[in-house]
Design a binder for this molecule. Structure first.
Ligand code: DPP
Ligand code: ZN
Length: 844
């Protein structure tokens, strides 16, 4: 398959004034009638007429009422058309029931739904399926289903049909249709200009009790976008539909968001605090797309981060406002490091704005999303809050209704602030994670920090230029007082020094506060200094980071056979836990050890070949040490984090439960699971129930709890996903692959359901020591199932293959095993473009 290149972008030959669609729904043979008014694009280089179309049966087509016979070509059709505005009409037949790829129109549990981003609309009808073609849509749906939905406002309906009109021009990827037996939670929202908007959250009968939380999240999001960005909603109705078979988390279709059930349905009985937090963030994310994505969309898919990076940044800011205390930033960074840094350090590294792709579905990545958000966060840090808001106002004013580029976005910032962003643009164009080395100098009065930046080569990019790096830094005095408050040092050179003058004593620096840039900071320092920062830093992120760095020092030393700074770490941890000025949520995060994958990457960076088994053993040993050292404190901590009030999914309560579970993990190492068994019995919510189950599984005493859990929850697919996932995540390394394999034989395993497939195989990839077990069974099993899934759902199969992206870190045996697994996938018959591209890039 041919790569598509940004450099080859050309404007569309034809633009669309208006789209009218009629759907005659039938599971095996849905008819789609389209009436599209085209006009020549004055900016185009030609008049050739091509429409995308895949898996469509063309019944008839006409131009200005005259039947024509278009030429069916690869990926669509061509036709001879007038050199003037004209009306295209076509009728096609599609088969929603056979659509296991879950792109275009498909059936999920008897309910029709759509997913059109990025290129799914071409599976619905022939159309210029590219985001720079925007048009208003009118949609008529005919079918026996009681509920018939599409984008925009409802304009007419009768027995067996409904019509929807979306007045806002949109690209086809934002089209949506839903039809089925659904019930709605209904509410309303009054916008800042006083307009009343109807809100509906549609679910399958039986799920009504799981809708309230998402509805509240939606209303908070609508208010927040008005207050913080001045953005008002623009239709009479906003709807969300929950769908159980869905490739992504959710989709921001105009006025009709479609959500994976896992990203919207919540109740205390069935959802963990982490689920609640994620749901709140995704509801916000999709809602925020209404302005950053829909009203202003992307010119082409190379601009994907224009909407995703910005919208992730917006949802992260929203979460930080809803759940104050600095913990959400720590969680964002943990996710960034866990997924994006990992991606950046392997064969799948790519730019925030790529130059080329084969299959765009493969670029819905942590780099486009999370690094894209970091880039916008840096931009805001560099220009300041007020200028950021001015720039956003200008962005909305200048580009509303347009399909834009990342360069348009940067130009807005240049015009609003007068800043030259040529160097900043490298953040979009250079792949990889910058390394930032720092040294310090103290002359008795002046303190100098010298930074050196360098970026490792990434595929196709060997030479890198220095980047602009905002380094938020504060200085602490020897007694722990802040002597220099947070200052943003703006680094632009390969090597650069910054001096703080006239200090009374040598300070302790707190560098990269709030994780002000997505870089790897290397700073040789003593365990005592890390402990000092954990105790005294005023910046919650760096406070946590100090503890994490100390834990990493301990683990790395244990693995490489040096003397680990264990006493310093344990002492600092105990002091931190005693510090009641710290929120339970913070203390819970500070108790967690760095992930095993993170340790593997750190070793690899230090030219040590990581051994996953050894890393796992070191982590286990350290956890045991921690448990024993903190033994006397654990009962008091456990008592402290009992939530007395009725369950509420608030940040405060979530923090208490998180700390309770960290304490329970440690306690389980000392009592063999007694406290966990009691917690499992008495837990009144899913957070504690699942946490206790995890502890029991770790102690290899989970059999009864697993059976009880399954008996209780067998009718709830989302909870059963957790049941599948927990067993694999908590399996001992030598049992992980066998556990996953056994679960695929469970009657409730269904490979066609993305959530269930991920519950088993996403979990296998997460169990680092299990997946990388020396037997190679993890690799073989995953390869088998990717090969099996690929013909059914290429998007999920391709995504799952990224579990192999770290393979070059490992020893020759593991590399050979992974290579063989990848070669086997590559050689399988009719491999999809999606998986073919991924495997090719990983092997390259
Ligand atoms: N655009 C969706 C989202 O990120 C995913 N396709 O919200
Ligand atoms: Zn998004």
């Amino acid at each position: 398959p041919q790569a598509i290149r940004l450099a080859d972008y050309a404007p569309p030959n034809w633009l669309v004034n208006e789209v009218q669609l009629t759907f005659r729904l039938a599971p095996r043979a849905t008819r789609v009638l389209s009436r599209i008014r085209f006009r020549p694009n004055p900016e185009a280089g030609g008049r050739a007429f091509f429409l995308h179309g895949e898996h469509l049966k063309l019944i008839r087509a006409s131009v200005d009422g005259a039947e024509i016979s278009p030429r069916l070509v690869d990926g669509g059709l061509e036709a001879d058309v007038p050199d003037a505005p004209f009306t295209w009409e076509a009728e096609v037949e599609i088969d929603p029931e056979a659509n296991t790829a879950l792109e275009g129109l498909y059936l999920s549990n008897g309910m029709y739904c759509t997913q059109c981003e990025a290129e799914g609309f071409r599976r619905i009808t022939f159309y210029p399926d590219r985001p720079d073609v925007m048009a208003p849509f009118t949609v008529r749906i005919e079918g026996p289903e009681p509920v018939l939905l599409s984008n925009g406002n409802p304009t007419a309906s009768g027995a067996g049909w409904a019509e929807w009109t979306d007045p806002w021009p949109k690209p086809a990827y934002l089209f949506a249709l839903v039809a089925g037996d659904l019930v709605a939670l209904e509410d309303s929202f009054t916008t800042m200009s006083g307009r009343e908007v109807t809100l509906k959250l549609w679910v399958r009968p039986g799920d009504e009790h799981k809708t309230e939380f998402a509805m509240e999240a939606l209303k908070k999001s609508m208010r927040w976008d008005e207050e913080v960005y001045g953005r008002e909603y623009d239709l009479d109705i906003f709807q969300i539909v929950a769908v159980s078979d869905f490739n992504m988390g959710a989709m921001e279709n105009k006025g009709l968001n479609i959500f994976n059930t896992s990203a919207v349905l919540a109740s205390p009985d069935t959802s963990t605090d982490a689920n609640f937090e994620r749901i709140e963030a995704i509801v916000a994310h999709e809602y925020f797309h209404n302005w950053t994505g829909n009203r202003i969309t992307c010119r082409d898919w190379f601009q994907l981060s224009l909407k995703e990076g910005l919208t992730v940044f917006r949802d992260q800011s929203f979460t930080a406002d809803m759940r104050p205390g600095g913990v959400s930033r720590i969680e964002d960074v943990m996710a960034l490091r866990g997924r994006q840094f990992r991606e950046d350090n392997g064969p799948l590294a790519h730019q925030v704005q790529p130059d080329s792709f084969v299959e765009i579905n493969n670029f819905y990545t942590a780099t486009i999303y999370e690094k894209g958000a970091e880039v916008i966060r840096m931009l805001k840090t560099l220009v300041g809050d007020a200028a950021y808001r001015d720039a956003l106002d200008l962005y909305f004013a200048r580009h509303d209704g347009e399909a834009c580029t990342i360069d348009d976005w940067l130009k807005v910032f240049e015009d609003a602030t007068g800043r030259d962003l040529a160097q900043f643009r490298l953040w979009y164009k250079q792949a990889g994670t910058p390394r930032l080395d720092v040294t310090e100098d103290w002359d008795g009065a002046n303190y100098t920090l010298t930074f050196r930046q360098h970026m490792p080569a990434t595929p196709g990019q060997n030479e890198k230029k220095p980047m602009v790096i905002p380094i938020a830094t504060g200085l602490l005095g020897p007694n722990g007082d802040e002597v220099v408050p947070t200052t943003v040092l703006e680094m632009t050179e390969a090597e650069q020094s910054f001096t703080f003058e006239g200090l009374a004593a040598r300070p302790v620096p707190s560098i990269l506060r709030g994780f002000s840039a997505p870089v790897i900071l290397n700073r040789e320092t003593s365990p005592e200094e890390r402990a000092f920062l954990l105790a005294h830093d005023t910046d919650p992120f760096n406070k946590w980071e100090a503890g994490r760095a100390l834990a990493k020092d301990v683990l790395i030393a244990m693995i490489t056979g040096e003397e680990p700074p264990l006493a310093a770490y344990l002492g600092a941890l105990a002091a931190m836990l005693r510090d009641e000025g710290q929120s339970p949520a913070f203390r819970a995060l500070a108790l967690r050890l760095p992930g095993e994958d993170d340790i593997a990457q750190t070793l690899f960076d230090a030219n040590v070949t990581p051994d996953p088994a050894r890393i796992h053993d070191a982590a286990e040993t350290l956890r045991q040490e921690v448990a024993e050292h903190l033994q006397d404190m654990l009962p008091r901590l456990a008592a402290e984090c009992v939530v007395a009030e009725p369950f509420a999914p608030t940040g405060e309560q979530a923090g208490q439960r998180a700390l309770a579970l960290e304490v329970l993990k440690l306690t389980t190492r000392l009592d063999g699971g007694k406290a966990a068994a009691a917690m499992f019995e008495s837990a009144g919510n899913m957070t504690l129930s699942l946490g206790a189950l995890g502890c029991l599984l770790d102690a290899e005493k989970g059999e009864d709890a697993l059976a009880a859990f399954a008996a209780k929850w067998q009718g709830d697919a989302l909870v059963m996903d957790k049941w599948f996932m927990m067993q694999v995540v908590h399996a001992a390394p030598e049992k992980a692959a066998a556990t996953a394999e056994a679960l695929t034989a469970h009657p409730a395993f269904n490979m066609k359901n993305p959530n269930r497939f991920r519950a088993v195989f996403g979990a296998l990839a997460m169990n680092a020591a299990g997946f990388h077990h020396a037997s190679g069974k993890g690799y073989d099993l995953l390869a088998d199932w990717i090969i099996r899934l690929d013909p059914l759902n290429p998007q999920i199969a391709a995504r799952m293959s990224s579990a192999f992206e770290t393979w070059k870190r490992y020893d020759a045996d593991r590399q050979a095993q992974i290579r063989a697994a990848l070669e086997r996938i590559k050689a399988s018959e009719n491999l999809s473009r999606d998986t073919g591209e991924m495997v090719g890039r990983i092997l390259a």
